[in-house]
Design a protein around this ligand. Sequence first.
Ligand code: SF4
Ligand code: SF4
Length: 178
Amino acid sequence: MGKNHTAGCNKPIEVAFFMDIKSLKIKALKAEAVTKKLFLKLKKLKPSNLDDVFHTLHEEAFEHIDCLNCANCCKTTSPIFTQRDIERLSKLFKISPLQFIENHLKIDDDKDYVLKSAPCTFLGEDNYCSIYDNRPTACREYPHTDRKRMYQLLDLTAKNAAICPAVFEITEKIKKVY
Ligand code: SF4
Ligand code: SF4
C-alpha cells in the first residue's frame, strides 16, 4: 500500500527479501510481548521526540526496502475505502459508486468498506498498483510510521509489524532508543 518506488534490487537480494517476508510473521510474534510492553510505556510517557524518532527510522527503513519487492500489505490486508475513495474510483472506472461497492467491497466488523478478498484486486503480478494515482488514502498513508502523533498509532504499528518488514525493523530499532 505504501508503494515506495525505488530502484530495483538484483536477484539474490530479492530472494533474501522474499524469505524474510515468509518469516516475518513468526519473528513479529516472538517480539510482540516486548513491543506491546514498550508501546504501553510510550503511550503513557508520550516522549516529545517520538515522532522524530519514528520518522527517522521510517526513512532509514525505506532507504533499503523496496515495496515493489514486497507488496505484502496489498497481498494480505485491505485498506479502508472512504466515501471519497469510492467516488474517485467509481469515476475512474466510469461506473456508479454503488456498482463499485458491489464489484469490489464488503463491510467489515467496524462497519468500514474493505476489499472483498485478498490479495487486492488492483495489485498486478509485478507488484504495481493498477490504480496507483487514485489509490485509497489508507494505501497512501500505509504503513503509518511517518504520521504525526505516533503515540496514537502504536497499537496499529504493533499489528503492522507482522505485515510490513519496514514496520518490524522500525519497532525493533525503537526498542534500542527507549
Ligand atoms: S489499491 Fe493499490 S496500493 Fe492499495 S492495496 Fe490495492 S494494490 Fe495495494
Ligand atoms: S508491507 Fe511495507 S514494505 Fe511491503 S509493500 Fe507494504 S509498505 Fe511496502
